[in-house]
Design a protein around this ligand. Structure first.
Ligand code: NAP
Length: 443
């Protein structure tokens, strides 16, 4: 591994393909024999620092259509939080099911799960049938792993019955020194960004892109009012940028004055501090308070000059969904990709059908959508929202930060990169956008 790291750091990328592939590498794992460790604890008391371990694992054999990547940096996504607290289910069930698909996928069914759904790094080896990438290429990887043997997946790969999120529903993820991906997960690394900056937009930027911009999602138009929950979080920090860049008006919901200031610095003008304004959409565990939906809706109209949101970007789920359906405009769209606060939602259906609103389910993005989202980063139209990085050895602490909403934007992880700031190939573009690139740093 040292030789590979040294060659990359010396910019000797041509040498990478001829160096031996290490037989093992360090990765962040959960272990099958520990899935019961948090039984009886509440979600918030389940501590990722107890269940996530950095350990040596054997390098998997490379199959056709795949690439082994030397990972310079990765990022924490919320799915690693779910994996680490074994909620809603331990991910070993996903690995077992995937292992049954073919001889090749059996490699994934192991008593440990190397997690992580983002990476920036250098291709080490490619398998048979890989033509577009080769050893030495600097890449990022999106997290859609798809078999594509079924006709259902050929209009939109997210509809393939064998669609999985790499590093969550498959093994050999990106929070590691090496990762195994399908070659159709690879995209060019933006040249003006460091390793850790390029590793952080992938999953959330692509997801927000499909949710908001794509015709598979809300098909956002110029002038749309877009309500964005968690506007400084992973998804929200990209959704806010996509709305601003696409000529829409984000209405950013945050939970502190610091976060409000951060979204304002990005160019958002309409901001709601949900903590300061004290919205309580639920009176108790079973009863919602429509008066609070109304108060929230009035506040939105006050900010927009009387308009309701054309689009609501939903992910908090149970706590906010009733309000989201209520406040969307007549004919508007609620587009949801998650349920962080609970996946059984309740809303008043009269506000949906009588006002002809639509709820759209959205999940990650297909390769085309992910590459369009990556192009925006590559062209410095959308910027990374990296706030902090941790070394691989402390990745469990990084996951704990995200679990407890202690972070802003994205939390990065240095894997083979020994320090921050490496990997920039286009300093001129970087200099032009430095303020935006650094906006979330150390927040
Ligand atoms: P994140 O970085 O933790 O950001 C989420 C933000 O949402 C938080 O910062 C918080 O912001 C806000 N929030 C959390 N709970 C809330 C609540 N009860 N009410 C209102 N706002 C709340 O996480 P993320 O990366 O954006 O991911 C969010 C969710 O989407 C996770 O469940 C994740 O698994 C899911 N996700 C799904 C996909 C997919 O493809 N389906 C992709 C990415 C993420 P404030 O405290 O400032 O309000």
């Amino acid at each position: 591994m040292q030789q590979i790291r040294a060659a990359i750091l010396a910019d000797d990328l041509a040498a990478v393909g001829s160096l031996p592939v290490p037989t093992q590498y360090r990765g962040l794992v959960v272990r099958a024999d520990e899935v019961g460790m948090f039984e009886g604890l509440s979600t918030k008391d389940k501590d990722p620092r107890k269940s996530l371990h950095v350990q040596d694992v054997p390098t998997p054999a490379l199959g056709p259509g795949e690439a082994l990547v030397a990972v310079m940096a990765s990022a924490i996504n919320y799915n690693t939080v779910w994996t680490s607290i074994f909620e809603p289910l331990p991910t070993f069930g996903f690995l077992r099911r995937y292992g049954k698909v073919s001889e090749l996928t059996r490699r994934h069914d192991l008593p440990y799960h190397v997690v992580g759904s983002d990476l920036a790094g250098v291709v080490l080896r490619t398998g048979a049938g890989v033509n577009q990438y080769r050893a030495g290429d600097e890449v990022v990887a999106h997290c859609l792993a798809v078999e594509l043997e079924d006709p259902a997946g050929h209009d939109d790969t997210m509809l393939d019955p064998e669609q999985r999120i790499w590093g969550f529903e498959t093994n050999f993820g990106g929070l590691a020194e090496l990762a195994l991906v399908k070659s159709n997960q690879l995209m060019r690394k933006p040249a003006h960004l460091t390793w850790e900056e390029s590793a952080c937009p992938g999953l959330v930027n692509s997801t927000a892109y499909r949710q908001l911009v794509s015709t598979h999602g809300a098909n956002m138009r110029q002038g749309d009012n877009v309500l964005i929950w968690g506007a400084t979080g992973g998804l929200g920090s990209y959704a806010t940028q996509l709305a601003l860049h696409g000529g829409a008006t984000p209405i950013c919901v945050v939970s502190s004055p610091e976060k409000a200031e951060l979204v304002r610095s990005m160019g958002a003008e309409l901001v709601i501090d949900r903590a300061a304004e004290g919205y309580q959409f639920w009176k108790d565990e079973r009863t919602q308070d429509p008066k609070e939906w109304q108060r929230f809706g009035k506040r939105i109209r006050q900010l927009t000059g009387g308009d309701d949101p054309d689009i609501v970007l939903e992910h908090p789920g149970r706590e906010t969904f009733g309000a989201s359906v209520y406040v969307a405009r007549r004919g508007g769209t609620i587009v949801t990709c998650a349920s962080t606060s609970g996946f059984i939602h309740e809303f008043d259906n009269r506000y949906l059908w009588m006002s002809l609103k639509r709820i759209i389910g959205s999940h990650f993005a297909n390769y085309r959508e992910a590459s369009l989202a990556n192009r925006l980063v590559d062209k410095a139209k959308i910027h990374p929202t990296l706030s902090r990085t941790y070394p691989l050895d402390a990745a469990a602490t990084a996951a704990n930060d995200v679990h407890h909403n202690l972070h802003q934007g994205k939390v990065g992880v240095l894997c083979l990169a020994p320090e921050e700031g490496l990997g920039v190939r286009d300093a001129e573009t970087r200099d032009r956008h430095l303020t935006a690139i650094n906006r979330f740093r150390d927040r």
